[in-house]
Design a protein around this ligand. Structure first.
Ligand code: P6P
Length: 334
């Protein structure tokens, strides 16, 4: 039984130029995830469910736990001193850590501190998603917007915490995907899934079919393809949609499948955010043998222009994503 901390240190040589800072940074994420996990597990009795009545920059009502998680991850990252700034779904603009330690740090973190938080009140799995980059502005100066607007291929590390039937932390530093399960009696993450590999195909497609009428033609064609009865091709596939990106992705990572949140007429850029949802999930997808695209372009090659920009998103088992991409490309919008 090896702990997350031991594993990070053991694999530290995997991080180019690692001087222990990234190790410390991942340790801060580990600490904050335990604090958030504790609060989620008693949300129903801690008077911390429900909304704050306030909307974030996305125009979405912030849940009390959204803000709680945001505060705890920011505090842990600032306290550990490896980070010069953070961008978050819950913050309109990036947050600069201007202490002496902050400005002299070389990493920035982008995060969705509690993704799917509207599911908390109904006891459905939620998650934290994070993405780590080296800053491009000079160490010793305050962080700038360009430090956060980097393409996903520049990620140094990425991962998620899934607060589900068990709490797991899954991350990559570009050397495979590794999963750790929390022992709640000790509050310790133990290595449980080393070098996770996504099956090249699966039986599960995951999309909000309530939006069917608004989907592009190629997406509609792919959904019909999934539903056709072709026993030798394992079809019809099974539809599974939790409505929590981390939970839907995690299931497909283990069992095989495709997750899709395409553009719709009302949301031509889709719903999910490039920087702190799609890029980190894409890094994990690719590092475990999967694919992540907009339907026509590799997610991690998109050059960001705004902190909260959205992109159409599909990811998962390589054969399934390729089939969906072909349907979209063969059926351009009229
Ligand atoms: P819809 C949760 O709000 C989230 O950001 C993702 O976790 C999830 O995949 C998606 O939105 C669900 O969106 O429109 O299907 O409810």
């Amino acid at each position: 039984m090896i702990t997350l901390g031991e594993y990070i240190i053991e694999k530290q040589h995997d991080f180019p130029e690692a001087s222990g800072e990234l190790t410390g940074l991942l340790g801060a994420i580990r600490l904050a995830s335990k604090i958030v996990n504790r609060e989620i597990n008693k949300a129903g009795i801690a008077n911390i469910i429900g909304s704050t009545g306030v909307e974030n920059i996305q125009g979405e009502t912030q849940q009390k736990l959204d803000l709680y998680a945001n505060d705890k991850f920011k505090a842990a990252l600032e306290a550990r001193g490896e980070v010069c700034g953070v961008a978050s779904e819950e913050e309109d603009d990036f947050v600069s850590f201007d202490s002496a330690r902050g400005v002299n740090s070389k990493y920035v973190v982008l995060m969705d501190p509690l993704d799917g938080s509207s599911n908390i009140d109904v006891n459905v799995s939620v998650g934290t998603i994070f993405s780590i980059y080296r800053r491009i502005s000079p160490v010793g100066t305050p962080v700038i917007l360009e430090d956060f607007l980097q393409p996903g291929i520049k990620q140094v590390a990425a991962g998620y915490v899934i607060y589900g039937s068990s709490t797991m932390l899954v991350y990559t530093t570009g050397n495979g995907v590794h999963g750790f399960t929390c022992d709640p009696s000790l509050g310790v993450f133990y290595l449980s899934h080393e070098n996770m590999k996504q099956p090249t195909t699966g039986k599960c497609y995951s999309i909000n079919e309530g939006n069917y009428l608004k989907f592009p033609l190629g997406v509609k064609k792919y959904i019909k393809f999934c539903q056709e009865i072709v026993p030798e091709d394992n079809r019809p596939y099974t539809s599974r949609y939790i409505g929590s990106l981390v939970a839907d992705f995690h299931r497909n990572l283990l069992k095989g499948g495709i997750f899709m949140y395409p553009s719709t007429a009302q949301a031509p850029e889709g719903k999910l955010r490039l920087l702190y949802e799609c890029n980190p999930i894409a890094f994990l997808a690719e590092q475990s043998g999967g694919i992540a695209s907009t339907g026509s372009k590799r997610i991690m090659e998109i050059d960001p222009t705004e902190l909260h920009q959205r992109v159409p998103f599909m990811c998962g088992s390589a054969d399934m994503v390729k089939a969906a991409e072909k349907m979209i490309q063969d059926n351009p919008e009229g």
